[in-house]
Each structure stands twice: as C-alpha cells, then as structure tokens.
Design a protein around this ligand. Structure first.
Ligand code: MN
Length: 302
C-alpha cells in the first residue's frame, strides 16, 4: 500500500569534508530560500526537524576527525526520524554527510535485511586515505559505506559494510582517479559512467538502478550530488564537472520515486551558495526535491 511518509528535512552543515568548505552553508541557504514551503505546495508534511553542524577542523585533530564526529551526530538525528516513521531528507553539506545518513538507514534496518543505495554523482567518492592525495573526506563516503577506509567513517554503530557492493549503483561518474575505480571494480559495484548515461538516457539508467537496488534489499535510498548535473544547470557546487546530466532529464526520471514504500531516505548534497549564479543551482535543487518527493496520488497520475 502506497503511503506518504512525512518529510523530515535535516540540514547537514558540513564543509569540513572538502577543500573548499562553502557547502557548509548550503542547507541554511536552501532553508532560508523557502525549501520547506516550496515542497509544501504539493504536500503539507515537509518540515525542518534539525540542523546538524560539523565542528571546524581547528577544534579537532583533522578533517577526518571532524567528519567522523559529525557523522555520528547526523546519524543519530536520521535514525530517530526513521524510527518515528518519517522520511529523512538530508540536505548537505559536502557529500561526506552520506556516511552519517546511510549508516543510520542501514542500522535502522539491520536484522531485517540489507539496504540499497543509488548514488548520482560526477565523482565516484570511493577513495580511502591510502588512495586519496587530498585526504578530503567528501571523496570517501562510498568506500566508507562499503566498509573501506578510516575506521571513524566505516564503523558507526560498531559495525562495517553498511551497503553491500551488489546493492549499490553509481550513475553519472565522469571525474575520478584510478585508485577509487580499482576498489569499485574489485568489489563489483555497478557504475553507470557518463558515456552510458548519454547513450541510454538518464531515465533508463535510473530505472535499471532502481531494480538493482531493490532486488536483494528491504529498503533503499537516493543520494544525489548536485555536481552530477551539468554545470549549466548547477554552477554552484563544490566540484563542478563539465558535460553532466540535464536537469530536465533528472526531474522527469525521478518523479515520485520517494513514494515507493521501500524508499527510506533522500539526500541532496554539495550545494555551494557562494558559487551559485543567479540562484540557478538553488532552483535546480528545489526542482529535483519537488520531483523526487511528489505525493503518491500525483505520482500515479503522472
Ligand atoms: Mn559526491
């Protein structure tokens, strides 16, 4: 039975995972621009429940420590919303916030089954400290969720391997290093690189990804890095890469996907308001989230 869960918007105020920390202000900017009201035009149950902020790295040992400590607090907030029956909608922040978000989702369903994850991104985010030159944690969340990398990121809730390789699909990758690709190849993760997205279309790729992440799981989620979009539609991101997914294609393909009763959570990351151009990226973020969270009745009618 399809059912709209209330949307619990959670700000992930973290920029410590990136070299340019401007994404730290992304959630607050979208909140002040009226994201909850915008989503509320289609449904009245969208509200901000929390803003979770990372401690600046000057206050801790390192960026990794800052992100690890932040991840635990973000996970706690996400876990609580899941238990209350809401759908967490985590708004970044740099993409290191995914460690907290999806560790909480995996832990909430632990004992019942595995979770699936669709990761839409220009990058693979699958570095470990051993392969990363920059040591920037926002390049590591995929590896961490798979159980590889720094213990502070891999071991939330005292266990590792939050997402199994066969339950993860990455879409839109076009900028990455050999070391992270080698890890994903070795683990057998399905990556739909940008040439495949161009050839088949985003909708066909997303539909296949959805079938894959639902196959052996009890719940699934979507982590959307705004840099997956073409910079023409999303200039204000942490690390823009040319020749990405067109906003119109993403909005069309994602329509109502969160109405699936097995959709556990949604995440949108890497909005950098300091690099936005005339609010274009913020508008893209609004359009994506409106489409994803379209209420059941409208999604069926569409
Ligand atoms: Mn990313």
């Amino acid at each position: 039975m399809m059912k709209n869960k209330p949307l619990a918007l959670i700000g992930a105020e973290v920029g410590e995972g990136a070299s340019d920390s401007g994404c730290k202000w992304g959630a607050r900017a979208l909140r002040e621009r009226g994201l909850a009201q915008h989503l509320g035009e289609a449904r009245r149950d969208a509200r901000w429940v929390d803003m979770v902020g990372a401690r600046p790295e000057q206050e801790v040992q390192s960026r990794l420590d800052s992100v690890a400590e932040f991840s635990g607090r973000l996970a706690h907030v996400v876990h609580r919303q899941l238990r209350s029956g809401a759908m967490p909608v985590v708004i970044g922040g740099d993409h290191s916030c995914a460690v907290g978000t999806w560790s909480a989702v995996a832990d909430a369903w632990r004992g019942q089954g595995d979770i699936g994850l669709i990761w839409v991104d220009a990058h693979l985010d699958a570095h470990t400290p051993a392969t990363s030159d920059s040591l920037a944690p926002h390049g590591m969340p995929v590896a961490a969720l798979l159980g590889h990398g720094a213990p502070g990121l891999t071991s939330l809730y005292g266990w590792t391997g939050k997402v199994k390789p066969g339950n993860l699909v990455i879409i839109g990758a076009r900028s990455f290093e050999a070391g992270e690709r080698a890890l994903l190849d070795r683990l057998g993760v399905r990556v739909m690189y940008m040439p495949e997205v161009d050839r088949r279309g985003f909708a066909a790729c997303f539909d296949e990804a959805l079938a894959l992440v639902r196959r052996h799981t009890v719940a699934w989620g979507l982590s959307f890095d705004l840099d997956a979009l073409d910079p023409a539609d999303a200039p204000g991101t942490g690390t823009p890469v040319e020749a990405g997914i067109a906003l119109v294609d993403a909005v069309q393909a994602l329509r109502g996907c969160a109405a699936d009763p097995e959709c556990a959570a949604i995440e949108l990351t890497e909005y950098n308001p300091l690099h936005d151009v005339a609010g274009r990226t913020a508008q893209s973020a609004f359009a994506l989230l409106s489409s994803i969270t379209l209420p059941v009745a409208q999604a069926i009618a569409a």
